[in-house]
Design a protein around this ligand. Sequence first.
Ligand code: PLP
Ligand code: COI
Length: 355
Amino acid sequence: MNITIHKTTMPKPVPQDDSKLGFGQIFSDHMFIMNYKTGSGWHDARIVPFENLSLSPAAMVLHYGQEIFEGLKAYRDSNNKIRLFRPQENFKRMNVSAKRLVIPEIPEDIVLDALKQLINLDKNWVPHSDGASLYIRPFVFATDPFVGVRPGDEYLFIIITSPSGPYYATGLNPVGIYVEENYVRAVKGGMGYTKTGGNYAASLAGQAEAKKQNFAQVLWLDGIERKYIEEVGAMNIFFVMNDEVITPELQGSVLEGITRQSAIELCRKWGMKVTERRISIQEVADAYKAGTLQECFGTGTAAVISPVGLLKWGNMIMEINNNKIGELSAKLYDTLTGIQYGRLPDEFNWSMMID
Ligand code: PLP
Ligand code: COI
């Protein structure tokens, strides 16, 4: 598929102070967009200036939420080259989400090529400082003007990019997490394993409650027994107990994080015991009381590795590792960012150079 490029005639000023970027608030000069229509397939692939969309108020996505997205980053290395981290995995996962939401399959090679061209064009928007990166947001949604419920016949696939700093204002410092007991995010058979807007909409009420109590995010429990740990709002979760690294197994309600998979592979390479299994909040509390809960951390593209220093469950507040960054959290953070920014050898072949 040929990608046409229409460059902006009014480039915006590129932010100069990376410490003021925040997360996902500023957008680069261009975006990639292509259309789908039943019968014609994906077509009209183009890079155009970042601009508002024109949609019918009846566009199906606005009513029934037929939408999926991805999140990945571009990093500038010390040779001024731009790198992506395992981007094929994001587009593969996007098609897993597409299938569940009855969205037509997205041609992975074409969108990866489009992404490379987009980043190349907006190269100067990739931040220069360590810890900052260009956050990339591919997304797809149904645009048919129709207020009946059925899968769409018309879609837009778009990629926008946003120079960003750390997801949490605290950076690598430990975050406080609140165990949600009233609301659930997802259940087996639902959409929990996909990246669709509805999962995040379902999370907002719990997230608001966590904020009210001064916690950064919610730790979700399983939707049926309300006992087993699933994941955090924008991260997968890991515990270290008795030198064993434990993370909830994937059984349909948890997002299969690419950072999660990378952390598992690194820990195994380092000879650590890593177990993917059901783990209850009671087991974590018992380990905490027994003094065997060594560390807890979240993994995610936006958050990288985020140590959890405080975990609130009902009336109990667990202060993990004295609310300090743990040894494994720090090692994983240094290694992952080392590979992402090209400071460390890329033994797993995870980095993809843009040019
Ligand atoms: N879980 C949720 C709900 C997320 O939104 C994310 C972020 O994308 C993750 C986990 C971590 O996934 P990844 O490591 O692929 O970014
Ligand atoms: C991620 O891309 O890491 C995310 O979690 C997306 C998010 C900001 C909801």
